[in-house]
Write a protein that binds this ligand. Structure first.
Ligand code: ADP
Ligand code: ZN
Length: 439
């Protein structure tokens, strides 16, 4: 396959050169932060670290961590690294796990972010001949703005659809011959489902690739989307605090996402102790931004759990690869003492032939956790014969038990009865929160 790079010099930089570049940028960035961000200067002073102590990436571990709570405490301006008059944009997190935080961008920050998204697009084959349909939400959420800017940089014809209004998405996709689709994986699945209902076959659309991210999704879901839309489905990862989508992206190998290491240093730590783990071990991903001016976070703990790999990639990129986040450390549910990730449940469902339409409901009754999963039946399997349904529920229950080690109660529900998501899907309803239980 042809090698597709947007910025080949950076993307294929020899490792030694990359390390040197990261070191130089880190020294400069620590100085910038220490001089301009009082909140972080105080953290460094409290730890007894001065900018002079950081001579290269080997000293990174000396710096204090930043957590989402710091961002909430410093909200809104406490971590600003430039004058407000030098900023041209604010974006905000989706607030999946609590109060939203805001991030600031100078024009240079926006350019760097859009370059990262352009790298992701070019990696999946985007050129100036493509029609790129962006149906991530536009607005404060970074999904729409990031891929939109990236698509402009590549010179693709950009369709700024935003999310929602699926009929119109499909009409434009067909009338304007969209070739690249950008949205959350759950929305891609929904678009695929709607296309089928309207009588379209996968080969009826002109799509060749999709860039899907902003939420966890499984390999099973990838295969499902690829089949239903007749495309190659690629993952993209990012977070508002570090810029937005495009911090890492998949290449044609579809085996992990390359982290844009010329702009961000990635570390993996033990989330309990903060200890830095060797490459290849599973832990919490931590990012240090090297070029950002307005919101220059150092050692930011993402709470996303993944594994890094330096295995050589056939695409020629030298950037380290991260696995799909297995879920956030705070996505993990502890049910009857057992750790459960929604992604495990999704794998079982898709392997058993169900569509990725499900909702997990956890509660506590009489001091015991209850664990229910509503799973939608496919139209063709839907029957009113209660025994048939009960048997299928039992089958699914034992498949779940084998994966999770505990028994959920499965409820097969009618097709279309679970609300579809146009952005990030809501997979878990944990009612124990009302009891003030720390979960
Ligand atoms: P929020 O934290 O409120 O959801 P963001 O919209 O900035 O704010 O989302 C960033 C988070 O989304 C990441 O920390 C990660 O948990 C999740 N995420 C983004 N891309 C992916 C992906 N490709 N796979 C899994 N999770 C992802
Ligand atoms: Zn690669």
């Amino acid at each position: 396959m042809a090698k597709n790079y947007f910025q080949p010099e950076q993307e294929t930089m020899p490792l030694e050169e990359l390390r040197k570049l990261q070191s130089e940028k880190l020294v400069r960035q620590v100085k910038h932060v220490y001089e301009n961000v009082k909140y972080y200067r105080d953290l460094m002073d409290a730890k007894g670290v001065k900018p002079e102590d950081i001579k290269g990436i080997e000293d990174l571990h000396k710096l204090p961590f930043l957590k989402k709570d710091d961002l909430r405490e410093a909200y809104p301006y406490g971590l600003l690294g430039t004058d407000l008059k030098d900023c041209v944009r604010i974006q905000s997190t989706s607030g999946t796990t609590g109060k939203r935080v805001v991030a600031f961008y100078t024009q240079k920050d926006i350019d760097m972010w859009e370059d990262c998204c352009a790298r992701a697009l070019v990696a999946v084959g985007a050129t100036s001949e493509d029609v790129c349909q962006v149906c991530y939400g536009y607005g404060l959420f970074t999904g729409g703005a990031g891929l939109h800017g990236g698509s402009h940089k590549v010179g693709s014809l950009t369709l700024p659809m935003s999310s929602g209004n699926t009929d119109r998405q499909i009409q434009f996709m067909m009338d304007l011959n969209s070739t690249i689709l950008c949205c959350t994986p759950s929305y891609a699945a929904y678009i695929g489902e709607t296309l089928r209902e309207k009588g379209y076959k996968p080969e009826d659309n002109k799509l060749k690739a999709g860039i899907f991210g902003a939420e966890p999704w499984t390999e099973e879901m990838r295969r499902d989307i690829e089949k239903n839309l007749g495309i190659k489905a690629y993952d993209i990862y990012g977070l508002t605090e570090i810029s937005g989508p495009g911090v890492a992206f998949e290449c044609e190998e579809q085996r992990g996402m390359h982290i844009n290491e010329d702009h961000f240093i990635a570390e993996i730590i033990n989330p309990e102790t903060g200890e830095v783990l060797p490459i290849g071990e599973k832990g919490e991903l931590v990012f240090t931004s090297l070029d950002k001016e307005a919101f220059p976070l150092l050692r930011y703990r993402t709470r996303d759990i993944c594994v890094l790999s330096r295995e050589k990639c056939s695409c020629g990129r030298t950037f380290v690869r991260m696995t799909k986040p297995l879920g956030r450390s705070d996505d993990m549910m502890i049910i009857r003492g057992v750790n459960v990730f929604p992604s495990q449940i999704e794998s079982v469902l898709l392997n058993c032939g169900y569509a990725p339409n499900y909702q997990i409901i956890v509660d506590r009754v009489n001091n015991t956790d209850t664990f229910d999963i509503n799973v939608e039946m496919k139209e063709e399997d839907f029957s009113d014969i209660p025994t048939g349904i009960t048997n299928r529920e039992k089958e699914l229950q034992s498949a779940m038990k084998a994966m999770l080690g505990i028994n959920p109660k499965i409820h097969l529900v009618a097709p279309k009865s679970i609300t579809r998501s146009e952005g990030k899907a809501v997979r878990v309803i944990d009612k124990r929160k009302r009891l003030g239980i720390n979960i």
